[in-house]
Design a protein around this ligand. Structure first.
Ligand code: NAD
Ligand code: IPM
Ligand code: MN
Length: 352
């Protein structure tokens, strides 16, 4: 019997509604595959910030450093500046635990209609590998002459050779392990003169080590157009922190809704816990109504199982999602249904 200690951070808004459904599915699959989870629930959130002035306690990350994984819902709430909530919780976890890969699958399921005309399952099925520790997300910069007509705001991007090479390496290896052996790089070397030419240079140097992988690279502007017009072109797409972020909302939107999109924030060396969370945020516009789609959270749970070495249990969850959608099972409003978060979660747990 396998047993895992999982830190659970439901966070804010619909995070608190979808996380219980993720746990329900994991418990169900755990019963079948003899896996036990010890859920260590943390109240780290904007609520906590309002009460204590901190999103999480000072020694929070030391307290979960020895856990097997982190299962997170969403962070951010109106009234708390996003730079406070996200730089006070989500981003430190990604960085302190060296989760430098953000892996985000994009897939059009049977039984789901893409907003793109005539797209069928199989036409959209690729992986986004997003750099998750550096790049455009940096604290370096500042604001001069605030509030005056002479105001200037500067934000630096940081691309290290180590940081770029390790995400590219992961993406090449992933492409190598998949049938199509095709890797696309998101760039903008025609408009960003320092970082992106460097990214391209490292990409080309590494491509020489993988002669059987077909590579291409597109500037991010036309790449977003290709995501809409030719999503079937892609197998593995690698991008910087910001480009990967944008592409990983666009890709799932083309598969019907971002409500189903999962992600794995991975520390591939396994020196620190990895974190599993849906791609979406706290959705203040629908929070509290019990109508959020729990599939992104549940699929993130499958990615967690895969990471923990339970490929079959992970597969059982993904198969349950496939069956629910293909067989016209309950679905939430974002997918054209009327079911509640809980109804979808219960139906999925029954199917695993
Ligand atoms: P969002 O993803 O929260 O919502 C965007 C839109 O998608 C909304 O209309 C929402 O109702 C809908 N949506 C999102 N998830 C859904 C689901 N599971 N089911 C049905 N509909 C869903 O993005 P936003 O509005 O830009 O951000 C809201 C807050 O969440 C902000 O504070 C933002 O910083 C934060 N955020 C956090 C994360 C994270 O924790 N990883 C990710 C994105 C945004
Ligand atoms: C995501 C989110 C976060 C990001 C925000 C909330 C900081 O959009 O996980 O995609 O940009 O990484
Ligand atoms: Mn995002």
């Amino acid at each position: 019997m396998a047993e895992y200690n999982i830190a659970v951070i439901a966070g804010d808004g619909i995070g608190t509604e979808v996380v219980p459904e993720g746990i329900r599915a994991l418990e169900a699959v755990g019963r079948k595959f003899d896996i036990t989870f010890r859920w260590d629930e943390k109240d780290w959130s904007c609520e906590r910030w309002k009460k204590t002035g901190r999103m999480m306690p000072e020694d929070a990350l030391e307290g979960i450093a020895g856990h097997d994984a982190i299962f997170l819902g969403a962070v951010g709430w109106p009234g708390v500046p996003d730079h406070v909530s996200l730089w006070g919780l989500l981003i430190p976890i990604r960085r302190v635990f060296r989760q430098y890969i953000n892996l985000r699958p994009v897939r059009l399921f049977e039984g789901v209609r893409s907003p793109l005309a005539d797209r069928k399952p199989g036409d959209i099925d690729f992986m986004i590998v997003r750099e998750n520790n550096e790049g455009e997300y940096s604290e370096i910069g500042g604001r001069l002459n605030a509030g005056t007509a002479e105001e200037v705001v500067v934000q630096e991007s940081i691309f290290t050779r180590k940081g770029v090479d390790r995400v590219l390496r992961y993406a090449f290896d992933l492409a190598q392990s998949r049938g199509k052996k095709h890797l696309t790089s998101a760039t903008k070397s025609n408009g960003i003169i320092h970082t992106m030419p460097f990214w391209d240079e490292r990409f080309q140097a590494m491509a020489a080590e993988y002669p059987d992988i077909r590579t291409d690279q597109y500037h991010i502007d036309i790449l977003t157009a290709h995501f809409v017009q030719h999503p079937d072109w892609f197998d593995v797409v690698v991008g910087s922190n910001l480009f990967g972020d944008i592409l990983s909302d666009l890709g799932p939107a083309a598969t019907g809704t971002i409500g189903i999109a999962p992600s794995a924030n991975l520390n591939p060396e396994r020196e620190h816990p990895s974190m599993f969370e849906p791609v979406h945020g706290s959705a203040p516009d629908i929070a509290g109504q019990g109508i959020a789609n729990p599939i992104g959270q549940i699929w993130s749970g499958a990615m967690m199982l895969d990471h923990l070495g339970h490929a079959n249990a992970a597969r059982a969850i993904v198969t349950a999602i496939e069956r629910l959608l293909a067989d016209g099972g309950p679905r939430t409003r974002d997918m054209g249904g009327t079911a509640s978060t809980r109804e979808v979660g219960m139906a999925l747990a029954d199917l695993v």
